[in-house]
Structures are given as C-alpha cells and as structure tokens.
Design a protein around this ligand. Structure first.
Ligand code: FRU
Length: 507
C-alpha cells in the first residue's frame, strides 16, 4: 500500500546536507539557546504539532539545502516536556509527482496507534509562483512517529472544491477529531482574492468530504488565509488564521502578514462558523503561522514561527534561518485569548537574582545583571511617571539597545529595535492598561530574540533582534520616579540538543 524508496533516498540526501553544514552553524552567537531552530539551514512554519506515545512532536517547514526558502521538507524535533528538545531525522521530503516542489504545511493526528500527517503537496506548473501552482492534500503515516510513508492513495484531496474557491491556492490542512469523525480546515481564497477557510470531514483520514466554506474575509481580512487551526477552548470555538495582505490599521497589521483568531461557534452539521472580530495573537514583528495542540494535561499549547516573510534575517549568512517561539499556553479571559509561557519553561532557570522595591528615576543600570539568554520578570509601580521602561541587550560602547517603553498618556507599550544591532529595525506598539497603576512584564531573551508577556499574557510582543555578542546590559529608565516592586532574573539554560552532533544521527 505504501510507496517508499524514493522518499527514503530524498530524506537521506537531505540528512547528509545537514550533517555537512552543521559545524558552520554551531559557532554563531545568534543561535538560540532554548528556542527550536534547525540544525542547519532554513525553517518556517511549525507543522504537525502533536502528542504521540507520551511525547511531544513538532515538525516544521525546512529547506535542508540552503538558508533560503526552497522546496520544502518537514524537519522534526521531539520532547518529553516541551522544554528539552531533540532533533530527529527529516520526516517528509518532496519525492513524488504530487509533492515534487514541496511538502508544504500541515498537521498530524494519532489514529489506532499510528501518527498520520496530512500536508500540502506543492507543484509549480510554470514560472509565476502566485499563479502557476498545483496544491493538493496528501497523507503519510508512521508507526514510530519518526519514519513516514506516503499513502498510495495520494493525493487524498486532489483539487480544491467547486464554487467561489480559488483552484490553486489551497493549502495547510489542520486536522482534529470531533465525536467519531475527523475534520480538517484548509487555507484558501475566493476567486476574487479574499481569504477563506474550507472545512472537510472524514471517517478514515483518506476519504475527505468538503462540507462548507467555514469562514471568509469580509473584505478586510486579507487575500489568503494560510495555516488555519481550529480548536475548542474554555467554552469557545476558535479559528486561528494567518491572513496575507491585511492593510495596516492604527497600531495593528504593520507586519507583512498577520496571525490571529476569530472565535464563536462551529455548526458541525452545516460546517458554518459564526464568529466575532479578528484579533491578533502577538503584537511584535516576528510571529506567524501558529499551530496548537491539546496536550496530555488538557492544556491548549501554541507554537509559532518567530520570523516574518521577507524580513531581513542576518543569520542567513551563517547558514541558518528562523526559530520557533516558546510554547505558549492559551486560555480565554474576558472573551480574549491570553498567552503565557508554559510552566515547564521554569525548569531552565538558574542563577536567580531578586530585587525588591528599587526606585528608579532617570536611568539605572544594574551592573551585576546582564545576559543574552534569560528571563526577566518585573512589576513596575508607575507612580506619577508618564514614560518609563526597560532596555535590554544594551551596549553603551556600541550604542546598542532594545527598548521597551510605556507611554502613559497614550496607554501604549512600544517595542523598539532601531538600535538592536544588525538586521531589521522599527517599532511596534500595543495598547496596555496599567492595573492598579502597575505594569507587569515577563521578558524572555535568547541570543537573537525577545518575547515580552505583558500583564500576565494579556498582550505579547515577539521579535528577532541581532545584537553584538557583547551587548548584554540591562537598564531601567523613567522620566519621574517609579518603583520596581519586584524584579527577578534567571539565566536560562540550553535546552535544544543537536541529535546529529551528539551521535543520534539522522538515519
Ligand atoms: C506559511 C506558508 C504556508 C505554506 C508554507 C510553505 O508561512 O506560506 O502557507 O504551506 O508556508 O513553506
């Protein structure tokens, strides 16, 4: 039933390419310590995030031949706790007529003890990557969660359905189970370029029946919805989407593409999703194509690609590109999704430092406290100050810093990377209310990234930054006196092991 050898050869060739290039990558000071990235070369979307046989598996879009996007493979890491990750052999490689130009994004699900992957087979039919493409949905299965065989029935969804549905842009299936049936939502657009999501149902993961256009853009939500994900959380149905082409509006939608959600109720009979407004999941620069799972403890956990299409990625010259966000736990509070780092991340903490009730006016540098891989938690009492904040990855000698500044008159928090070092610049702002005149920040720094969880996950901002390796300073500043009621910092240890370097090689 399963076709095998061409696929295995393509995987082995790719593994060799990675093995030959890993050394070049390992010395780079921008390599993340505790965020997932490739062993070498390019990464984009998280794929197939799943639990299987007591472990977490995360696959990702991967080009194992250069640090640029190219024909896509599925890279693979696994973990017992979402913190310590181990690289595994490439899971999917383009090898068949229907996926020759890429195994694009998709999802996995466990059924009868096997792990099934549903992904998009991509084939270029001409030179224009926007118009000349054929995308179909394809199935692969694994008994051990590591080695996958492609189905002889592929493609299991061989074309986009009829109707006001673009025939070619049809990708990124995300599966889930409801009752006795399997469902999947596929990213799509209408013939006149409005993003939409298509709902399918199946009994066996092989025969899929189109049910309906589950939801679509009202004209404001972009020309294509990539990487949809659907789940039930705290009494709500949630459809996460990554819309391409939304226009900037006030402080929102300034990245090339957006990632957010709409929530409401899915009618499993009609396949229609009634929902409210679109909301962002992250207000920084680098957050796209998030994917979620429900984990062993029933939590909803999300991981996203911490980069952005067409953004400058200085690490490419060092033979790698891209990283994942910290896994974030999602909950709903006052009808909005809030995201916080998974609890387990605290396992990485060491060298704790704690201060209480420190007053700051002007700028205060903590000489004993610095770093490039740490967590910093601070509760700031704003008192009467109108502007205040924190600078990280700071070097006075090099005039580098990454700035977080609160502006009370406008109730906006700004993340500014104009002086972050090499690479992309700019600033993003997000509305943030003080609670009891206090601002609470949890900041995660890792070599070439910053993630800021604001007021216990009410808002999040993520960005890649590329400071000099000596830029490690931390300072607080304020126009008038503020009090750092509690200020804690922990170094965070390395948590991603290179399977191949440590002899656990890709074979
Ligand atoms: C989203 C995306 C997906 C596609 C994949 C290709 O970032 O464009 O729609 O499947 O990346 O790598």
């Amino acid at each position: 039933m399963w076709i095998d050898s061409r696929h295995q050869e393509a995987i082995e060739r790719a593994a060799l390419s990675i093995r030959h290039n890993m050394k070049k990558v390992s010395g780079d000071h921008w390599r993340p310590n505790y965020h997932i990235s490739t062993e070498a070369f390019w990464m984009n979307d998280p794929n197939g995030f799943s639990t299987f046989k007591n472990e977490y598996h995360l696959f990702y879009q991967h080009h194992p031949y250069s640090a640029e996007w190219g024909p896509m493979f599925w890279g693979h890491v696994k973990s017992e706790d979402l913190v310590f990750w181990e690289h595994l052999p490439i899971a999917l490689a383009p090898s068949e007529d229907y996926d020759l130009d890429g195994c694009f994004s998709g999802s996995t699900i466990e059924k009868d003890g096997f792990l099934y992957a549903l992904y998009t087979g991509n084939v270029w039919t001409g030179n224009d990557q926007d118009t000349d493409l054929r995308q179909t949905q394809c199935l692969a299965v694994s008994e051990d969660g590591v080695h996958f065989n492609k189905s002889s029935k592929n493609p299991v969804i061989s074309s986009a359905p009829n109707g006001d549905i673009h025939p070619h842009h049809f990708r990124d299936p995300k599966m889930w189970k409801h009752g006795d049936d399997y469902y999947c939502v596929v990213g799509s657009r209408t013939k006149d370029q409005q993003g939409q999501a298509l709902l399918y149902r199946s009994k066996d993961l092989i025969d899929w029946h189109f049910m309906n256009v589950m939801a679509k853009s009202d004209g404001q939500l972009g020309y294509m919805w990539e990487c949809p994900d659907f789940f039930h959380l705290d009494g709500q149905d949630v459809l996460m989407i990554s819309p391409q082409g939304m226009k900037p509006k006030d402080y929102r939608y300034h990245n090339l593409h957006q990632a957010g959600y709409i929530q409401g109720k899915l009618d499993y009979e009609t396949g229609m999703f009634s929902h409210g407004d679109f909301r962002l999941l992250d207000y920084g620069f680098d957050f796209y194509a998030p994917q979620t799972i429900q984990d062993f403890q029933g939590r909803r956990i999300m991981v996203a690609w911490m980069a952005m299409w067409e953004s400058e990625m200085p690490e490419q010259k060092n033979n790698w590109a891209g990283a994942m966000t910290i896994p974030r736990e999602l909950t709903i509070q006052d009808n909005e999704i809030i995201s916080n780092p998974i609890l387990e991340i605290e396992k990485l903490r060491e060298n704790a430092v704690q201060y209480k009730n420190i007053t700051v006016e002007g700028e205060h540098t903590f000489n004993q406290i610095s770093g490039d891989s740490y967590e910093l938690e601070v509760i700031i009492d704003a008192q009467a100050s109108l502007t205040f904040g924190v600078k990280v990855r700071k070097s006075e000698a090099l005039n580098q810093e990454t700035l977080l500044m609160y502006n009370r008159a406008e109730s906006l928090l700004e993340l500014n990377r104009d002086r972050s070092g090499s690479g992309p610049k700019g600033s993003r702002v997000v509305p943030v209310k003080l609670h009891d005149n206090k601002l609470c920040l949890r900041i995660f720094i890792d070599k070439s990234s910053i993630e800021v969880f604001i007021n216990n996950g009410e808002k999040v901002m993520s960005a890649r930054i590329y400071p000099d390796q000596t830029a490690k300073g931390i300072s607080f500043f304020s126009e008038k006196e503020i009090t750092l009621i509690k200020f804690q910092k922990w170094d965070l240890n390395k948590s991603v092991s290179n399977g191949s370097i440590e002899g656990n090689s890709s074979s």
